[in-house]
Write a protein that binds this ligand. Structure first.
Ligand code: M6R
Length: 593
C-alpha cells in the first residue's frame, strides 16, 4: 500500500519520481505528493494534494531538480486530505519524509517523546519526522534516524531528506518492500522494480531493518547497529510496455484478454517436452507431508479454494484453505507434518507475511506461489513457484487468478497418477477462453439489462461455489453492486429472504453431478422474483441458458468458467462509469495488516 520513489543524481528528479509514481499508482491513489530540492531557493519545496499522480504531474511540470522523494497514498491513518498526503515534515520543517506502512505505536511515541510538538496531520507518519529532528539536535543525522527506527513498531518503508544536506537520501524498511536502483546517472529508491525500468541498471532488494545512505554516486547499507553490510546487485529486467494499456480501454480488459497467453506461457515455462520442471525436492516434501495448508487473501484465497479440489481430487492429498489474516493470529491445530502453500500475486501481502514469519519460527516447510519472484514472500519461503502472468496493473485481479489456479493444477498433477495430458487440456482451456472472448457484446447487453439493482448473488456448488465467491468479489469491487457468493444449496437456509423482484442471481454450473441441483435452487429464487443467469458448458446446457462455454476437461473448468464473471464485472462497472482499474478505497498491493 502506498508507493514511494526517491531519486538523487544527474537527471531531473521530478521526472523520474512522477514517472515512477505513475507506475506505482496501483499501490494507492488517494493523494500524491513529492518534495524536490530547489537550488535557487536552497530549500526543499513540497507539492502535495488529494487525487491522482496526474494532478501532481501537472502542478510540478516546471520543476527541475536533482534530488527528491515522492509518494502515492492509500490512506490508513487520517482522511484523504492534502494535509494528510505525504511528504510530512518535522516541527521546523528540517526533515521531510515519505512512508509506506503503519507505525503501530505512533500514539505512544507522541505521548512519550513529543508531548509539546504540534502536528499538522492526522497520520501515524509525521511522528517519525518529529522524532528524527529531536534526536538530530544532539547527535549525527544518521544516528538520529537509527535511534528513531529502533523506537518504531509496525511496518514501514521510509525515505528521508534533510533541508541541511540536499546531497543525501536516507532509506529504511521493515516489512514493505524497498529497492535501491543504480546507474551511472544516479540512485533511485522505490517500492517496486517497475519504477526502475529505464532508470536503473541494477538494484538491491533491502532486507528488513536495514538502512541506506544514498548519494548520487554512492550507496551505503547498514544494519540498525550502524554496521556496514554488503549490497547484492541484480539486473533490472522489466519490459515497461507490459505496463501499458496498448489498444485496450482499461488494464482489466487487457489482462482478461491476456489470459489464454498466460496459460500458454505457463505450459511452456513448466514443461520441457512432456517433462515438468517443478523442483522434485518440492514434490517430495509435499508428498511426505500429511496435509497441505493453503494461506492467502482475497482473490488469491479463492484460487486456493480451487487448489484444494485439485490436490484432493487429483492427488488425494487433504487440504485446508485459510484466510491469511485469520491464520496469522488464530493458527488452528495442525497435523504433525504440515506443508504450507502461500499464494500471493504481489508477494508482498502483509497478512501473509505475518503468517510466514510465524511458520518460520516453527520451521515448517513453505512454498510461495507468486507473480513476483523477487518479492519478500518468494525470498523468504523454502520453495517458490512463479505464475508468469506478467505485470497485473488493474486492482481487480484476473489473469493472476487464472495463473495461480493453473500452477496449483500443475503441482497437484505432478503428485497424481497423471491420468490425462494436462498440457493438452490446459491448451484447450486457453482456446476456449479465446473463443468466449471473441465476441463479448452479448454479455454487455445482458449486463446492461439485468445488473440494475443494488444487490446480486452468485451461486454454485463444489468448485463452482469457490468460483461464485470470486465472481461476487469481482463484481462488488469494481461495480460497487453489493454481491454475495453462495453455496447454491445454502440460500434457502436464510439468505433467500433477500431475493426481491429483479435481483440478479448468477449460477455457475460446470459439474455434471450437481447440474440439476443447482438448477433446482435457481427455480427457488426465480419463483421469488429473481432474474437468473446461467453460465455453463456445452455438454451441460439446457434451453434458455445464457452463457455457454466450450467443454473442457472437468477439473480444469474453473479456469474457463471464471472468465464470463470477469466480463460481467467489467461491463457492470463500465455501464456505471466507474474507474475500472482503480476502484474506490482499494489498492493493488496490501502491505499493511
Ligand atoms: O497480492 P495478493 O495476491 O496477495 O493480494 C491479495 C488480495 O489483496 C487480492 O487478491 C485482492 O483480493 C484482489 N485485488 C481482488 O481482485
Amino acid at each position: 500500500m502506498c508507493g514511494i520513489v526517491g531519486y538523487i543524481g544527474r537527471s531531473n528528479a521530478r521526472e523520474i519520481i512522477v514517472t515512477g509514481l505513475e507506475r506505482l499508482e496501483y499501490r494507492g491513489y488517494d493523494s500524491a505528493g513529492l518534495t524536490v530540492f530547489n537550488d535557487k531557493k536552497n530549500t526543499f519545496d513540497i507539492f502535495k494534494d488529494i487525487g491522482r499522480v496526474s494532478i501532481l504531474k501537472e502542478t510540478t511540470k516546471q520543476v527541475l531538480s536533482r534530488v527528491g522523494i515522492g509518494h502515492t497514498r492509500w490512506a490508513t491513518h487520517g482522511k484523504v486530505t492534502a494535509l494528510n498526503a505525504h511528504p510530512h515534515t518535522s516541527s521546523s520543517g528540517r526533515f521531510i519524509i515519505v512512508h509506506n506502512g503503519v507505525i503501530e505505536n505512533f500514539q505512544q511515541l507522541k505521548d512519550q517523546y513529543l508531548k509539546l510538538a504540534s502536528f499538522k496531520s492526522d497520520t501515524d507518519t509525521e511522528v517519525v519526522a518529529h522524532l528524527i529532528e529531536g534526536f538530530a539536535s544532539y547527535m549525527t543525522v544518521e544516528n538520529a534516524i537509527l535511534t528513531t527506527l529502533k523506537l518504531l513498531h509496525g511496518s514501514y518503508a521510509l525515505l528521508i531528506v534533510d533541508q541541511q544536506d540536499p546531497d543525501t537520501i536516507y532509506a529504511a524498511k521493515n516489512k514493505p518492500p524497498l529497492l535501491v536502483g543504480v546507474s551511472e546517472d544516479g540512485v533511485t529508491i522505490t517500492s517496486d522494480v517497475l519504477a526502475l525500468a529505464g532508470v536503473s541498471k541494477n538494484y538491491h532488494v533491502m532486507e528488513d531493518k536495514t538502512f541506506v545512505v544514498a548519494k548520487k554516486d554512492e550507496v551505503k547499507l547498514y544494519n540498525y547497529d550502524h554496521e556496514a553490510l554488503e549490497l547484492n546487485w541484480q539486473k533490472v529486467n522489466v519490459d515497461v510496455t507490459q505496463t501499458e494499456k496498448g489498444n485496450f480501454d482499461h488494464f482489466m480488459l487487457k489482462e482478461i484478454n491476456e489470459q489464454p497467453g498466460v496459460i500458454r506461457r505457463i505450459i511452456s515455462e513448466y514443461f520441457t517436452g512432456y517433462k515438468s520442471n517443478i523442483d522434485s525436492r518440492l514434490l517430495k516434501t509435499i508428498k511426505e507431508s500429511e496435509r497441505i495448508y493453503i494461506l492467502a487473501a482475497g482473490t488469491s484465497m479463492h484460487a486456493g479454494l480451487i487448489g484444494k479440489y485439485f490436490f484432493e481430487k487429483l492427488a488425494g492429498k487433504p487440504v485446508e484453505v485459510h484466510i491469511a489474516s485469520e491464520f496469522a493470529y488464530h493458527m488452528p491445530l495442525l497435523v504433525s507434518k504440515p506443508f504450507f502453500i502461500l499464494i500471493s500475486q504481489s508477494g508482498e501481502t502483509a497478512d501473509l507475511r505475518a503468517c510466514l514469519l510465524k511458520l518460520k519460527q516453527f520451521k515448517y516447510q513453505t512454498l510461495t506461489v507468486t507473480n513476483v519472484i523477487t518479492s519478500t514472500l518468494a525470498r523468504e519461503a523454502d520453495f517458490k513457484l512463479e505464475i508468469f502472468a506478467g505485470p497485473e496493473i488493474a486492482v481487480a485481479s484476473t489473469k493472476a487468478y487464472i495463473a495461480q489456479m493453473a500452477v496449483l493444477a500443475l503441482i497437484a498433477y505432478e503428485l497424481s497418477a497423471k491420468l490425462f495430458d494436462i498440457k493438452m487440456e490446459l491448451a484447450k482451456v486457453a482456446q476456449a477462453i479465446e473463443n468466449f472472448l471473441f465476441d463479448p457484446t452479448p454479455i454487455k447487453a445482458l449486463v446492461e439489462k439485468v445488473f440494475i439493482k443494488e444487490h446480486a448473488f452468485y451461486i454454485g456448488r463444489g468448485m463452482d461455489y469457490a468460483l461464485a465467491l470470486e465472481g461476487a468479489l469481482k463484481l462488488k469491487e469494481i461495480s460497487y453492486i453489493h454481491t454475495e457468493g453462495f453455496a447454491a444449496g445454502e440460500l434457502k437456509h436464510g439468505t433467500i429472504a433477500l431475493i426481491e423482484e429483479g435481483t440478479p442471481v448468477v449460477a455457475i454450473i460446470s459439474e455434471e453431478e450437481m447440474n440439476m441441483n443447482t438448477r433446482s435452487n435457481l427455480h427457488e429464487v426465480k419463483s421469488r422474483g429473481a432474474v437468473s443467469i446461467i453460465i455453463t458448458m456445452d455438454s451441460l446446457k439446457q434451453k434458455g441458458d445464457d452463457i455457454i462455454l466450450d467443454d473442457v476437461y472437468p477439473i480444469l473448468a474453473p479456469l474457463l468458467m471464471i472468465v464470463p464473471t470477469q466480463m460481467i464485472a467489467y461491463f457492470a462497472a463500465l455501464d456505471r462509469g466507474y474507474d475500472i482499474d482503480k476502484p474506490r478505497n482499494l489498492a493493488k498491493s496490501v502491505t499493511v495488516e
